[in-house]
Design a protein around this ligand. Structure first.
Ligand code: SAM
Length: 243
């Protein structure tokens, strides 16, 4: 149940600097033009703005294998894991802090953190419209039984939320070892008017696809067991013009 899940009433109400202290803006000049939090909200909630915003979200990040692999590869990109289990969230937060200390001289891992969230309910509370450039859905819980399908993190409704928080041209990356779930996710994204499938040829040199397969805890497990990994990636289309 979510009774002990805290979430901000809107993205501006979130104390992002607590998670990303190296990005707290100390002067207004340090805030990038494309920062989406309005000045009024900054005053209303009193949190310091960040110099930039979270751009990648790893939904159901588990122990953060993907996060910690991507963070040093893309040191200019802020990457956030969202995880529903408290102890797992704590683990990822602590690991990020430890890695920051360990790599202080290179300034690495300042760009990665994790928050506890039920992403099926509160995603737009954390991110503004068109904020994200990538969303990762790596090895989501399969919920095999038909009566449990509504618990899957891909559905027409949830895909509309992913579309809302993604910028046009942004991408959703999915991977699973469960063929039925792969068909389910691909079917729902293919059918959604805000998304189109990214062709395999285009993904050949996408390092995110490689990292999803090799660095996630589940990806490693599937590798050890000789299982299949089904990858599908979808692009957020621009909203059609009003007729
Ligand atoms: N992505 C990781 C990987 O590939 O190794 C972990 C995959 S694990 C099978 C699925 C994760 O999603 C679990 O850690 C689970 O707690 C989390 N999860 C399930 N439902 C969630 C929700 N509604 N919001 C956030 N996280 C959720």
């Amino acid at each position: 149940s979510d009774h002990d899940l805290t979430y901000p009433e809107c993205p501006a109400a979130m104390d992002w600097a607590e998670r990303f202290p190296a990005y707290a803006a100390t002067t207004p000049a340090g805030i990038r033009q494309d920062n989406l939090i309005a000045k009024e909200d900054l005053v209303k909630y009193g949190h310091p703005k960040l110099t930039q915003q979270v751009e990648f979200a790893d939904i159901g990040c588990g122990y953060g294998g993907l996060l910690f692999a991507l963070a040093p590869k893309l040191p200019q990109t802020m990457i956030l894991g969202l995880e529903i289990r408290t102890s797992v969230t704590d683990f990822v937060q602590e690991k990020a802090k430890a890695l920051r200390v360990q790599h202080a001289s290179e300034g690495l891992y300042q760009n990665v953190s994790c928050i506890r969230a039920n992403t099926m309910k509160f995603l737009p509370n954390f991110f503004n419209k068109a904020q994200l450039s990538k969303i990762f859905l790596c090895f989501p819980d399969p919920h095999f039984k038909t009566r449990k399908h509504k618990a899957r993190i891909v559905s027409t409704t949830l895909n509309s939320e992913y579309a809302f928080v993604l910028k046009p041209g942004g991408m959703v990356y999915t991977i699973t070892d469960v063929e039925d779930l792969h068909m389910w996710m691909a079917g729902h994204f293919d059918a959604h008017p805000s998304f189109e499938r990214v062709l395999e040829a285009e993904l050949a040199d996408d390092e995110c696809v490689e990292v999803m397969q090799t660095e996630t805890e589940e990806g490693k497990k599937v590798e050890r067991n000789g299982g299949q990994k089904h990858v599908a990636v979808f692009r957020r289309l621009a909203d059609p013009p009003w007729p």
